[in-house]
Design a protein around this ligand. Structure first.
Ligand SMILES: Nc1ncnc2c1ncn2[C@@H]1O[C@H](COP(=O)(O)OP(=O)(O)O)[C@@H](O)[C@H]1O
Ligand SMILES: Cc1cn([C@H]2C[C@H](O)[C@@H](COP(=O)(O)O)O2)c(=O)[nH]c1=O
Length: 230
């Protein structure tokens, strides 16, 4: 009786699909192997006969326009899109229906990630594998990737190797003073670091700022100087 009830409700909420969808989330700092893990899972799904599609943000122009590429150079063809809503439109409804598994790389750049995962997994019966940065260079939540955790079947947090000591790296350090959140780049701009080196880097920046501040001429004296000159 219970089994009968649940299969009736599943087919009604799931647009008539026999199988419910799934959401799997892979997070971590840069260089942690998120894209490598995503490619492995997509290739394994494909080998077991499921139809797969890969999407990445069109903001990521680093290695190739229409491929997801790992830091080691592994490649997989993809749709490079500005948003996820455009995926079904681009593919067409018939082709969309045929897709079983959708990989999403650089998921932190998609504002409509939550709505897409809800629709694709809950209503269209797709398996979605989401990979992206959980935190930005300031260790603040990045985009809406953390919002999909309550939707997820599984969450995997990967770590890289700290570039300074070889320990486990949980965070991404930005090597430049650029402060905008979104800044596309690789090892030219970023490095993975452990907690100790993230914190010591922050302290070094703070000390430098304090020293520079102490050299600044106060505003009042600047006014006096210019007044004297007049
Ligand atoms: N500091 C590092 N720690 C770990 N892997 C690194 C590091 N620097 C370069 N790599 C390389 O990056 C690869 C992971 O690349 P990728 O899957 O594209 O990572 P992500 O998508 O998490 O940025 C590793 O297999 C390794 O060869
Ligand atoms: C930390 C941080 C990263 N980015 C950018 C830099 C890269 O283009 C991607 C991350 O790529 P990966 O596959 O995880 O290596 O995100 C950013 O825009 N802002 C940041 O704070």
């Amino acid at each position: 009786m219970t089994a009968f009830k649940s299969s009736v409700s599943l087919s009604s909420i799931n647009g008539g699909h026999a199988k419910a969808g799934e959401v799997h989330v892979i997070i971590g700092p840069m260089f942690a192997g998120k894209t490598t893990g995503l490619l492995r899972r997509i290739k394994s799904e494909s080998s077991s006969g499921r139809t797969v599609a890969m999407i990445k943000s069109s903001k990521d122009t680093r290695y190739a326009k229409d491929s997801v590429v790992t830091h080691d150079g592994l490649k997989f063809p993809c749709w490079a899109l500005p948003d996820l809503a455009s995926f079904q439109h681009k593919l067409g409804d018939d082709e969309y229906q045929k897709i079983d598994v959708i990989g999403i790389d650089e998921a932190q750049f998609f504002e409509d990630l939550y709505d897409f995962c809800c629709k694709a997994a809950d209503h269209d019966g797709k398996t979605i594998i989401v990979a992206g940065l959980d935190g930005d260079y300031l260790r603040r939540s990045f985009g809406s990737i953390l919002d999909v955790i309550p939707l997820a079947d599984t969450v995997t947090k990967l770590t890289a190797r700290c570039d300074l000591c070889g320990g486990r790296a949980f965070f991404t350090w930005r090597k430049t003073s650029e402060t905008k959140t979104e800044l596309i780049g690789g090892s030219d701009l970023y490095m993975p670091v452990c907690r100790q080196h993230y914190v010591s880097g922050e302290s070094a920046i703070e000390s430098t700022r304090t020293v520079l501040e102490s050299f600044k001429v106060p505003n009042d004296s600047q006014t006096e100087v210019s007044a004297d000159l007049i």
